[in-house]
Design a protein around this ligand. Structure first.
Ligand code: FES
Length: 171
């Protein structure tokens, strides 16, 4: 191979490298542009959810695992308490006592039939969801329940908290 041929080969090689770098950069730019067309959105589960035909609610506690929600029914009254521990989000356990039990909690004697206990770091909540032991900074939220006028089904709105003595009256 002559000196001229070697120079030509080297020039051709360098040109190919240059082309490769150019295409790579262009590809990166297009990929970045394409990605910018997709918004950065986190899809959260819906907050308003159809739960059940209220006729099918059992008296006492009903648990909805997908929503991590307890729905209680007593006579014609229903109410909903979140099962999400307010410390780090573990699911609390429903702890029934089987009878009414008098307990002194935070200096007050209250009667309870059940409590909620968190298996992760030991937070304990009263029957109404008030925190009385452990690291959770607040009680379990109670959520708004409604009857969907179109279907007659029970609907929970987990974007709307209600007071702990709030009750939905079933007709
Ligand atoms: Fe419930 Fe920590 S997550 S006590």
């Amino acid at each position: 191979m002559t000196e001229k041929e070697i120079k030509n080969k080297r020039r051709e090689f360098l040109k190919n490298i240059g082309r490769l770098i150019g295409y790579g950069t262009l590809g990166g730019l297009f990929a970045g542009f394409g990605r910018s067309l997709w918004p950065n959105i986190l899809y959260e589960p819906p907050k308003r959810v159809r739960l059940i035909d209220p006729k099918n609610l059992a008296d006492g506690m009903n648990y909805f695992p997908e929503q991590r929600l307890f729905v209680f029914k007593r006579g014609s009254e229903v109410w909903a308490i979140s099962a999400v521990c307010q410390h780090l989000g573990c699911t609390v356990n429903f702890v029934p006592f089987g009878e009414k039990v008098k307990k002194k909690i935070l200096g007050e004697v209250i009667e309870e039939e059940w409590e909620f206990h968190c298996p992760c770091h030991g937070s304990k909540y009263t029957q109404e969801g008030d925190i009385y032991e452990g690291p959770a900074p607040r009680g379990l939220p109670h959520y708004l329940l409604e009857i969907d006028p179109a279907t007659g089904y029970l609907v929970v709105d987990m974007s709307k908290e209600v007071k702990k003595d709030w009750r939905l009256k079933l007709s």
